[in-house]
Structure formats: structure tokens, C-alpha cells
Design a protein around this ligand. Structure first.
Ligand code: BGC
Length: 491
């Protein structure tokens, strides 16, 4: 019946695709960014080198335009301007990350860098004055370089302990300022890309072996930080904490059982690799079985997937207060087994991905504009892990021209926000936050300054890094004000 009413409403308004409903009162709008992508000041006021500073300085050829995050959008100096823009857009929250190496320059907890602490204190003060809630990520890919060099980074379990110490320091320092915490951003990118395919820093290529070791350690790191928060800070902080997991939506490429199974397998390897240990306990069974079998067939003495002990499984299980989701795109999936001798994460999954010819896409190869994919993903999360509050912590659209009349970006936001409304009203998903990536152009990792994702442009050739609103900034501001996507909103 509800579906029928919504259909009639949509039909009556003459806009076939856009949901006309008003967002619920508790729904929050915000924008996200990350320290290494906007702050700059890479070695200022005592900040230490990160694995990304290191990669960009030593291997500029790996970055599309050969540039690093040294200055980026210069938010280290211009944060007041950024906060003023967030306020002007009427946003509820601002997702940012703390740079580990600004607080602890070497990564070790031996010396807290006061100017670094002060920078974030100032930023939180500014946000408070603007009435904007900070959503704070402790780790957005920027491992302090000494921990990579001396310990091997996330391949060493002691880095999980060092992360936990750093987290404890942050919880203590910013206990009065932050109530919404994120431990780690996108562990799959950190591990499967950083230690698997060697694309992202620290650019280690050992897919199907070291990336799983990283996955295990990063899950332990997250769980340790969660328990520290739970045991020592929750009572005074009265906030919430979770890990951000990202995934593409994998849609079966046909209705054959093999393709349906392949799509579910892709979801389990992509989201479930991290979601299952946190929500259900241990790796997903399909991951355990596939990696064990493929390891055996390839002659490995044991599975390439490291085990968790019973104690570790219980320790990681339940370490969430909400689901934090980053999502950008959708792929179609067919089953396709890779030869067993080809070790590698994607070979373990055994799929072929493709896009529908009518899908439009942004830059970067993997961006497809498929709003219904988000809706399907939200429904999958509820079906797989239960009725848990979901916060979208990233969703956005890149282009390579930096066009100011960014109608494609507007269409993207409109479509994905409409899918959020469908999920809320049609599917009963407890979705409460939408966080757009992003408010200003930033340093897009391997894309350098060649991908534009901001609702405001940044002039990267201007030493003042001047910001200017794109058309999408105006559209988003109006949408937040109206709290819906069409002219005649329906309560
Ligand atoms: C990351 C961001 C990144 C965005 C767009 C996400 O995977 O969390 O840091 O900029 O994608 O590429």
C-alpha cells in the first residue's frame, strides 16, 4: 500500500524517478573530507611524514599529475573558510579526519605534538560556534611513515596496538569536542589495494597473501580502539563509534544461480570481509572456504587467509554502534573462476564485472551512476546484519574538467538522495545521515589534482587556494533547506 501511495505521488508530480517525500526530521546532511586530502601543511608545526607524503615524494610518477598532498587545499590555514562554507550550506555535520602524524609525529605515543592538537581544537571550536557536528575519522589511510619503515605497517600486529594507543590519546584530548567517531576509513582500500595490488600507499604488491594479513590486523586495531572507547570513554563522552566500510553494489549479471551466487560472493568478499567479523563474528564462511580451497589447490601448506582465535572472534564481534557506509558505484557480476595458480584477492572471488551500456559514469574507471544500487545495498545490509542504524559517510561524483556548471554532479546527488528516500520510506531502512564527498576540491590520492569532486572549486595554481561555489553547492544548499528533492515536497 505504502509503495502504491508513493507511486501515485511520484506519478502525480510528473517526475518518474525522483522521490518527492520530505526527509525525516532526524535525517542529517553533511559533507566529508580527509586530512591528507585537504589540509596540506605536510611537515608544518611538527607534523611527521605519512606513507602518502613518502609515496608522493619518492614516486611522483604514480600520481596522475605527479603532485603530492604537500599543500592540497591548504585547509590547515583556511579551515575557518571551510567551516563558514559548511555553515552557509546549512549542513548538520562535517566529517573530517585527524592526521595521526600531526598528533604523534612518529606514530609512536612517546610525544604528543601540541601545535597539532591545537589545530584540531581550533577546528572543533569553529565548528561548535557554527552549530555543526563534527564526525571524526581517526585513520584515513595516512599511516605515519616510521611505522611502515620500521615495523612493516599494517602487516605487523603491533601497529594495531599503536593505533589503539593513538586512539586513546585522541579520545582523551577531544572528549569534549567530538561525539561521533570513526576508527578506520575503508579498510579494504588500505589492505587490498595498499598491501595487495600495490596501487595505494604503501604500494606493496602481495595480493591474496599480505592483504589478508593486513585485514586481520586492521580489524584488531579497530576492535582495540572500540573497546578502549567503550571501557574508558563512553561514559563521559556519551558518543558513538564505528568503522567505515566501503563497497560497490554487485548486481547479478543474469538470473542464473551461478551469477546470483557470484554477486553475493562479491558482496561477502568486499563488504563482508570486514562487516562479518564486526557484526556476526569471524570471516564470512564463503571467504574461509574459497581461500582455503584455492590455497590447497595451488599447493600452499595452509590457507592464505590468517585465522582468528576464538577469543579474537569474540573480541571483534559487536564492535559497532552504527553502520558507516561509503558507497559510490555499482557493477554487474558474472561468475568466472580464475586459474588456481593465480593467487590474488580478485581471483579468490572469481567474478567478472561489467556495466550496463546505458549507465553513465564519472571518472576513475569505477564510478557508475546507478542510484538503485545504493537502495539495493541498503536493503542487503539490513537483510545480512539486521536492523541497524546506517549512516552514509561518503557518496559523490568526480569529473575531470572541474566544470562549474556541474549538472552531472547535481543529477548524481539527486538520484542517490532519492534512493535514500526510497530506502527509508519503502524499505524501512533506518538511514539517518547522508554525507556528500565533498565540499571543496581536494587531493584525490593517485588522481592528484586531476579529479574534481568538490561542490566548491579550489584554484590549485593560486597560492591562496581560492574557493568558489559550483552550481551543485547552490543546489545542495536549497535541497537541505527544503529537506526534499522536488518543487512540491510531500510530507
Ligand atoms: C575515499 C576518499 C576518496 C573518495 C573518492 C573514497 O574511497 O574514502 O578518500 O577521495 O573515495 O575517490
Amino acid at each position: 500500500m505504502k509503495t502504491f501511495v508513493a507511486f501515485l505521488l511520484t506519478f502525480a508530480l510528473g517526475s518518474a524517478d525522483i522521490n518527492p517525500r520530505v526527509f525525516p526530521d532526524n535525517f542529517k546532511f553533511g559533507v566529508a573530507n580527509a586530512a591528507p586530502q585537504i589540509e596540506g601543511g605536510w611537515d608544518e608545526d611538527g607534523k611527521g611524514e605519512t606513507i602518502w607524503d613518502h609515496l608522493a615524494h619518492r614516486h611522483p610518477e604514480k600520481i596522475a599529475d605527479g603532485t603530492g598532498p604537500d599543500i592540497a587545499s591548504d585547509s590547515y590555514h583556511k579551515y575557518k573558510e571551510d567551516v563558514a562554507m559548511v555553515k552557509a550550506m546549512g549542513l548538520d555535520h562535517y566529517r573530517l579526519s585527524i592526521a595521526w602524524s600531526r598528533i604523534l609525529p612518529t606514530g609512536y605515543p612517546d610525544k604528543v605534538n601540541q601545535p597539532g592538537v591545537q589545530y584540531y581544537k581550533n577546528l572543533f571550536k569553529e565548528l561548535k560556534a557554527a552549530g555543526v557536528e563534527p564526525m571524526v575519522t581517526l585513520y584515513h589511510w595516512d599511516l605515519p611513515q616510521p611505522l611502515q619503515k620500521e615495523l612493516g605497517g599494517w602487516l605487523n600486529e603491533s601497529v594495531a596496538d599503536l593505533f589503539a594507543e593513538y586512539a586513546r590519546i585522541c579520545f582523551g584530548l577531544f572528549n569534549d569536542d567530538v561525539k561521533l567517531w570513526i576508527t578506520i576509513n575503508e579498510p579494504k582500500q588500505v589492505c587490498q589495494s595498499g598491501y595487495g595490488y600495490g596501487e595505494l600507499a604503501p604500494a606493496i604488491a602481495s595480493s591474496g597473501v599480505d592483504d589478508y594479513v593486513c585485514s586481520r590486523n586492521i580489524l584488531l586495531a579497530h576492535a582495540k580502539a572500540y573497546h578502549i572507547y567503550d571501557d574508558e570513554f563512553r561514559e563521559t563522552n556519551k558518543g558513538r563509534i564505528a568503522m567505515v566500510i566501503d563497497t560497490i553494489w554487485y548486481e547479478p549479471g543474469s538470473d542464473s544461480p551461478a551469477d546470483i551466487e557470484a554477486a553475493e560472493r562479491a558482496m561477502q568478499f568486499n563488504y563482508g570481509l570486514y562487516g562479518h567479523p564486526v557484526h556476526i563474528g569471524n570471516w564470512p564462511q564463503v571467504v574461509i572456504d574459497r581461500v582455503a580451497e584455492r590455497s590447497r589447490l595451488a599447493g600452499y601448506p595452509k590457507s592464505r587467509l590468517p585465522e582468528f582465535s576464538k577469543r579474537e572472534i569474540d573480541y571483534i564481534k559487536g564492535t559497532y554502534d552504527y553502520i558507516a557506509l561509503n558507497h559510490y558505484a555499482t557493477n554487474m557480476v558474472n561468475a568466472s573462476d580464475a586459474p588456481v595458480k593465480d593467487t590474488g584477492y580478485w581471483n579468490d572471488i572469481g567474478i567478472l564485472t561489467w556495466r550496463q551500456p546505458q549507465w553513465t559514469g564519472g571518472e576513475g574507471g569505477w564510478f557508475t551512476v546507478v542510484p538503485w544500487g545504493l537502495r539495493s545495498l541498503l536493503v542487503w545490509l539490513k537483510k545480512t546484519y539486521g536492523d541497524i542504524e546506517i549512516l552514509i559517510t561518503e557518496n559523490g561524483y568526480p569529473d575531470k574538467t572541474g566544470v562549474m556548471e556541474d549538472d552531472d554532479r547535481i543529477a548524481y546527488f539527486e538520484g542517490y538522495l532519492s534512493a535514500c528516500l526510497d530506502a527509508i520510506y519503502e524499505d524501512g531502512i533506518n538511514l539517518t545521515y547522508y554525507t556528500a564527498w565533498t565540499i571543496i576540491d581536494d587531493w584525490e590520492w593517485l588522481g592528484g589534482y586531476t579529479w574534481f569532486m568538490g561542490m566548491h572549486s579550489v584554484n590549485f595554481t593560486d597560492p591562496g587556494r581560492a574557493r568558489a561555489p559550483r552550481k551543485s553547492a547552490g543546489w545542495f544548499t536549497d535541497m537541505v533547506k527544503k529537506r526534499c528533492l522536488v518543487k512540491n515536497c510531500v510530507k
